[in-house]
Design a protein around this ligand. Structure first.
Ligand code: MRU
Length: 343
């Protein structure tokens, strides 16, 4: 069973999203034709994960454009570009979000009539979503070649179907290997502070019949030391030209532990996650989130009032810790040089 993380409803001209903050307790949906609801959903992580943010950004532009009063193409175009800027600013790290919105803007650049522009923007948003689905499948097929008949994989955060417009990135090789009859077990890190591993990864793997064991983040090195992990596969929010990789906070720690225990550390992501304009990971903007996420747990305050906190949502793993980067184009090995993706 694979639920649709995002879906375009053509008759209603609305987008439907799984409300991920409610998982796994209940499966609820947001159905909206209001781009401000989409901005809020992105900020709250009701929709999250880099490729899904790309699709959400494109649909956000589309519903924003569709809602505009028809008073001439110039004002339509100006207002649509303002909506694009608002959507771009919702979360800074995943490059897929501005990448998809830039694609929508290029389409708008070629138009001079509102009705034709709306048709073209609709086609582009659907194409971004369909391409993401296809890229996930290719990542799965490429990544499955790295997995043996019986294997245990550790993952961090959620880079599965809930994070994409398809079957996932880091989890796609697991799903494809499972389809191929391989016996794959997954250790899912719980992923403090927002628990994407516990709430989302362990849930979607369980729903799809994959053998999964949930562990706290601070147990990853222990299961590696015991020899229970054969490979780490994580997703990414932005990959620099040199193969430095931004992903959910805690990924760097996992990569260090993997190196110490000779476990290959793989990153799976579509090429839309590569930012060839950045020479290294030091240039990747890292989102900092609210103090309450660290000072509390599940909505309850756990830390003393007035305590100082530091809450970056992502970290950067240097390329020398990355054994391979799996994209829809193949399995890239070091030394990494993604400059060929410059437009
Ligand atoms: O804050 P989130 O939940 O959006 O963070 C998501 C991740 O870090 C994922 O690993 C990454 O976006 C890749 S998703 C295929």
């Amino acid at each position: 069973m694979r639920l649709k993380t995002l879906e375009w409803l053509p008759d209603e001209k609305k987008v439907r999203l799984i409300e991920q903050t409610k998982l796994p307790g209940s499966i609820e949906y947001i159905e909206t034709d209001d781009y401000l609801v989409m901005c809020d959903a992105i900020r709250r992580l009701a929709v999250r994960g880099a490729p899904a943010l790309g699709c959400a950004g494109a649909y956000g532009v589309l519903i924003g454009a569709l809602s505009l009063a028809e008073d001439g193409f110039d004002s339509f175009s100006k207002e649509t570009r303002r909506i694009m800027d608002e959507l771009r600013a919702t979360r800074p790290t995943a490059v897929n979000l501005p990448w998809a919105i830039d694609r929508m803007e290029s389409v708008l650049d070629q138009q001079n009539d509102t009705r034709a522009a709306l048709d073209a923007l609709t086609k582009e948003a659907l194409a971004i979503h369909e391409e993401d689905d296809a890229m996930c499948r290719s990542i799965g097929e490429n990544g499955a070649t790295l997995l043996a008949d019986e294997m245990s994989v550790l993952t961090h955060c959620n880079a599965g179907s809930l994070a994409t417009g398809g079957m996932g990135t880091a989890l796609a090789p697991v799903y494809v290997a499972h389809e191929q009859g391989k016996k794959i077990h997954v250790y899912a890190d719980e992923t403090r502070p927002l628990l994407q591993g516990a709430r989302l990864t362990s849930w979607e793997l369980q729903q799809n019949g994959i053998d999964v064991t949930l562990i706290c983040d601070n147990m990853a090195a222990v299961v590696m030391r015991k020899g229970w992990v054969n490979a780490v596969i994580v997703g990414s929010d932005r990959i620099a030209c040199n193969g430095d990789v931004a992903n959910k906070i805690g990924t760097y720690t996992v990569a260090l532990a993997a190196k110490e225990h000779n476990v290959p550390f793989y990153v799976a992501a579509p090429t839309s996650t590569v930012d060839p304009s950045l020479a290294s990971g030091d240039l990747i903007p890292i989102e900092e989130r609210a103090s309450e996420e660290v000072a509390g747990f599940d909505g309850c305050r756990t830390a003393p009032d007035g305590i100082k906190t530091y809450n970056p949502a992502f970290d950067v793993t240097p390329n020398e810790l990355v054994a391979a980067i799996i994209t829809e184009r193949g399995v890239h090995k070091p030394p990494y040089d993604f400059s060929f993706l410059r437009g």
